[in-house]
Design a protein around this ligand. Structure first.
Ligand code: GUN
Ligand code: FE
Length: 429
């Protein structure tokens, strides 16, 4: 086969990927072929037609699809791992809003985003859906920095025009929408890897007028949407009071065309979604970003992810830094398994805990599909891959490939190393 570009090659190693929540394909000493950035599939014997392509030998290393963090707050990276003592609404007012206010100063934003972007680059994440702040200049700066990494991201300038401190509140729906239009005009089509996403923070901080205007922007520009939904019980009560016309929290987005349908929408959390809200999300094709670590540390609760999977909803994983402290999506995988067991034991035994395979699926194909054909090595998928050297996680035991992947999710920081990272066939690390 002709090599049409630099993005055509073969990797050899111990390969593992998900084809569905329950189909987990693991092969020792196998080949995965990338042609023009697209996976041609995984093979035990290399087919003749690929013999001319360059081969990189990662024998004894694990090769898995890149991980997709579909909910993370870049400006909150500065206070990850501290300020974990409050629940959501107090946490926002006490720690989060004052921190995000600092991003009005570009010098602060630049220094902070340099660290976030560098750490994201060296993390297992290949694609991410990211909240910035309401500030347009700082959001553009973040996008510039992310673009240079080769990672693929959606980045949102946040909208908030009510129930927020004066230093982090847009004057009116109109002001917020004008700033959003300006931002879209400045960034749309500017980048190859970095795309804008509309970002109403959550219903409590967005007036109906602002929501309506953002729904209009979805139609006008065909942009995707990200927000938060049914994370915390006090939040849900507050939304009932703010939107007495609504039948459930999810409807406060759906009513304005912000729950998905014509474009993709990702809603973080959905810990307490009602049957009605679940039905709305199913109808709209909403993505749920499950953020287990954040749900633990903000004492939010445990989302019924097994139910969502069984009902065929779109689900992926997020770190939700700084609600979650850890940027590693491997940690998100093992946390998803752990909290699902607590849910099964302490809350509701009608849904089984998540298996490691299901959690791996969520981090790869589950969230990856938000970006298109992403998250698998099946033929036709964009070639995002991690080459993992797990030799530093020492053991005298002979482990199977699935066991090594499982162990990596729990023990990545006990000697695991990311040897290479590819996004769309391009080596980024
Ligand atoms: N809801 C509204 N804003 C936020 C935020 O920054 N983090 C989390 N976890 N939930 C939110
Ligand atoms: Fe969040």
């Amino acid at each position: 086969m002709d090599k049409k570009s630099g993005c055509s090659f073969i990797l050899k190693g111990d390969i593992c990927y998900s084809a569905s929540p329950t189909q987990f394909d693991a092969r020792k000493n196998a080949y995965v072929v990338c042609v023009d950035g697209i996976s041609q599939g995984v093979f035990d014997e290399l087919p003749e037609k690929f013999h001319g392509l360059p081969l990189v030998d990662y024998s004894d290393m694990l090769i898995v699809p890149g991980l997709n963090d579909i909910h993370v707050h870049a400006p909150q990276y500065t206070f990850r791992g501290i300020a974990m003592d409050l629940e959501l609404l107090d946490w926002l007012n006490t720690y989060t809003f004052p921190e995000e206010g600092k991003y009005e100063a570009l010098e602060y934003a630049s220094a902070a985003y340099d660290i976030f972007v560098d750490d994201l680059m060296h993390s297992p994440t290949t694609r991410a859906v990211i909240f910035a702040t309401l500030h347009v200049p700082a959001t553009k700066l973040l996008m510039d920095k992310l673009e240079a990494t080769g990672l693929k991201t959606y980045v949102g300038k946040v909208n908030m025009d009510r129930n927020s401190p004066e230093f982090l509140c847009e004057d009116s729906a109109e002001t917020s929408l004008v700033a959003t239009r300006k931002w879209i005009a400045e960034v749309k089509g500017t980048y190859k890897n970095t795309l804008p996403i509309l970002t109403p923070r959550f219903t409590p901080t967005c007036s109906d007028e602002l929501m309506k205007g953002l729904g209009d922007l979805v139609q006008e520009y065909g942009l995707p949407v990200q927000s938060h939904l049914s994370e915390n019980l006090s939040e849900i009560d507050w939304v009932k009071g703010l939107c007495p016309w609504s039948t459930c929290y999810g409807q406060t987005y759906e009513h304005f065309g912000l729950l998905g349908g014509s474009t993709k929408t990702v809603m973080a959390h959905c810990v307490y979604s009602t049957d009605e809200e679940i039905a709305l999300m199913k109808q709209a094709g909403t993505y749920i970003a499950h953020c287990p670590q954040s749900n633990m540390f903000l004492s939010s609760g445990i989302a019924p992810i097994k139910r969502y999977l069984d009902e065929g909803l779109n689900v992926g994983l997020g770190t939700d830094v700084a609600g979650g402290a850890n940027l590693s999506m491997f940690r998100a995988i093992s946390d998803a398994v752990g909290v699902s067991k607590l849910r099964w034991r302490c809350v509701d035994q009608s849904f089984a805990p998540l298996t490691i395979q299901e959690a791996f699926y969520l981090a790869t194909l589950g969230g990856g599909s938000f970006f298109g054909k992403v998250g698998s090595f099946a033929e036709g998928y964009e070639f995002d891959a991690l080459v993992l050297d797990d030799s530093g996680i020492r053991s005298v035991r002979e482990l199977s490939v699935p066991q090594r992947v499982e162990r990596y999710a729990y023990l990545a920081n006990e000697g695991g190393m990311i040897a290479r990272k590819y996004v769309s066939g391009i080596k980024v690390l």
